[in-house]
Design a protein around this ligand. Structure first.
Ligand code: PEP
Length: 250
């Protein structure tokens, strides 16, 4: 049985005050949901405040990204070790905004995955196709290539520690959600791809769906057999909405 995981990605939104209020709201909702892993990814500068506000509540903290190098003269970057040091348990790697806006390659995402694991973080590896790629029936080729690049750098122990997030690029922030069938088909494909390398790991692999998840559509998406939770952007900026999504995963 795979434990559901719902992650809120605030991206570059909010303020110190709003971040505090969101964390408090999510933590109070999380008390009633012990069967769901709940994670929040605030902007880096609010991670310390969020850690303090979480206190003993069972909400996990994550980074939205980490550097693809361990340390050194990389102005503006934040390493996986630093995220672990300030209380993060996981980190998003390869979010589509990183891939498209910052040109991150499949191998760079794989390298970040390795560094996250070495730092003791759970990497949440994001994969997904653009609309053009879907319409050209390239979805499996694209997500297959993205997950293969990560698998190529990991041993079986590392592979067993990752989480995958399938996020069709055309569904992120657009209000257009994949249908249940579309989401589950890609999740099942990804699980099979991992199973070809390590069947036991594949059976336990958590694959989250991301792309315009809301409290109203979450329950149907999460009812699919290969959907193990969600990666939520816009709706995670409203504590009540986000808690509603977490409830749908329970
Ligand atoms: C995301 O940022 O990963 C995301 C899925 O955003 P949204 O929920 O707003 O589509």
């Amino acid at each position: 049985m795979r434990r559901p995981f719902v992650v809120g990605n605030w991206k570059m939104n909010g303020s110190r005050e709003r971040a505090q209020a969101l964390v408090v709201g999510v933590c109070s909702g999380a008390f009633g949901l012990p069967e769901v892993d709940i994670g929040l990814c605030p902007p880096f500068v609010y991670v310390g405040d969020a850690r303090a506000a979480i206190g003993d509540a069972s909400v996990l903290l994550g980074g939205q990204n980490c550097a693809g190098v361990e340390r050194g003269a990389f102005t503006g970057e934040v390493s996986a070790d630093m995220l672990a040091d300030v209380g993060c348990a996981f980190v998003l790697v390869g979010h589509s905004e990183r891939r498209t806006l910052y040109g991150e390659s499949d191998d760079e995402v794989a390298r970040k995955t390795e560094l996250a694991l070495a730092a003791g973080l759970v990497p949440v590896v994001c994969v997904g196709e653009t609309l053009v790629e879907r319409e050209a029936e390239q979805t499996e080729a694209v997500v297959g290539r993205q997950i293969d690049a990560v698998m190529a750098r990991l041993d079986d122990d590392g592979l067993a520690r990752i989480v995958v997030a399938y996020e069709p690029v055309w569904a992120i922030g657009t209000g257009r959600t994949a249908t249940q069938a579309q989401a589950n088909a890609v999740h099942a494909f990804l699980r099979e791809r991992v199973a070809a390398r390590q069947p036991n790991v594949a059976a336990g692999l958590r694959i989250l769906y991301g792309g315009s998840v809301k409290a109203e559509n979450a329950a149907l998406l999460f009812s699919e057999p290969d959907v193990d939770g969600g990666l939520v952007g816009g709706a995670s900026l409203d504590a009540e909405q986000f808690v509603g999504i977490c409830r749908a995963a329970g």
